[in-house]
Write a protein that binds this ligand. Structure first.
Ligand code: ADP
Ligand code: ASP
Ligand code: MG
Length: 282
């Protein structure tokens, strides 16, 4: 079994999502489990919406929600057809109505933007992306089944930076993803949201920004995956952030110590992966 994690930058458009479907199909014989981030910059957009609403900027929050919703409606119509579009559109309507009610509560009823409420808002990105990606995979001829990460990743109630309760999480993942031998090869590929989880009493949490890599590690450790692939928009670790400098080169080797040092200094591309090391099952 392998885990394939797709970052926001590798799910930022319909073309990118189709490319992900193609990559997953090519790994079919290795029983992939797919973990997804929110598409593109969705989490930043949600953060801005919640912040605006909490500062009483209701109209600004609403225009940003409208823009975000229209991005998802466009993705759905580009990727899906027929009854699938109708189903996803119904889902989008429900999700964006809930977000709207939440922002009204913050902006007009003076509700405080607590870490718990923030997690409820920020988690929307991965909830949306995981459903759309699963539906898009099916449409692209890659049978997929959506799993709700909040039913698998059990965490404490340290909202915004929740820590997983490892053994319970592993047990739930293993129950949901039986060993490949018990799963017929060619069966539907599980797709779940990264970054989000829930407390034992069912309150939504997040694992900290960039936490989808952590989810991929949790899934990998739980099922003894032979490999965890992190798909992003750069072709490896470069000598510098390519968004900052041109003419960067790909590093051919990187020791664990060097990666840890880079992570300590805050290098974005390795920070999340290095942080996401978790204790594998004995
Ligand atoms: P994802 O959305 O897939 O999780 P991230 O945005 O978390 O991806 O990380 C990928 C980004 O990391 C790249 O787009 C790149 O701009 C940035 N980055 C920073 N430092 C480096 C580096 N040394 N090598 C490669 N990418 C880097
Ligand atoms: N979507 C979340 C973030 O932007 C988690 C992730 O992408 O890993 O931080
Ligand atoms: Mg990331």
């Amino acid at each position: 079994m392998i885990v394939m994690k797709f970052g926001g930058s590798s799910l930022a458009s319909a073309i990118a999502i189709r490319r992900a479907a193609f990559l997953v199909r090519s790994e079919g014989p290795r029983n992939p489990v797919v973990v997804v981030s929110a598409c593109g910059t969705t989490t930043d957009q949600l953060d801005a919406i919640l912040e605006d609403a909490s500062q009483g900027r209701a109209y600004l929050a609403w225009t940003k929600q409208r823009d975000l919703a229209s991005q998802y409606y466009s993705l759905a119509s580009e990727l899906l057809a027929g009854v699938e579009v109708v189903q996803i559109e119904q889902y989008l309507r429900d999700v964006f109505r809930d977000l709207h009610l939440l922002t009204i509560d913050l902006a007009e009823n003076g509700r405080e933007l607590t870490p718990e409420i923030r997690d409820r808002g920020l988690s929307i990105g991965e909830q949306l992306s995981s459903r759309i990606v699963a539906a898009a995979f099916n449409r692209a001829g890659v049978p997929a089944v959506h799993l709700d990460a909040r039913e698998l990743i059990v965490t404490d109630d340290h909202f915004n930076e929740a820590a997983p309760v490892l053994w319970e999480t592993y047990a739930k993942i293993r129950a949901a993803l039986p060993e490949p031998t018990a799963r017929s090869v060619g069966g539907p590929i599980p797709v779940l949201a990264g970054y989000i989880g829930a407390t034992p009493d069912g309150r939504t949490t997040t694992l900290g920004r960039g936490g989808s890599d952590f989810t991929a590690s949790l899934v990998g450790a739980a099922v003894h995956a032979e490999e965890i692939q992190i798909w992003t928009d750069v072709d490896g670790v470069m000598t510098c952030d390519p968004r900052v400098r041109r003419n960067v080169h790909r590093l051919t080797t990187l020791s664990y110590e060097e990666a840890a040092e880079l992570a300590r200094c805050g290098a974005k591309v390795v920070l999340e992966s290095a942080m996401s090391y978790v204790c594998p099952l004995a």
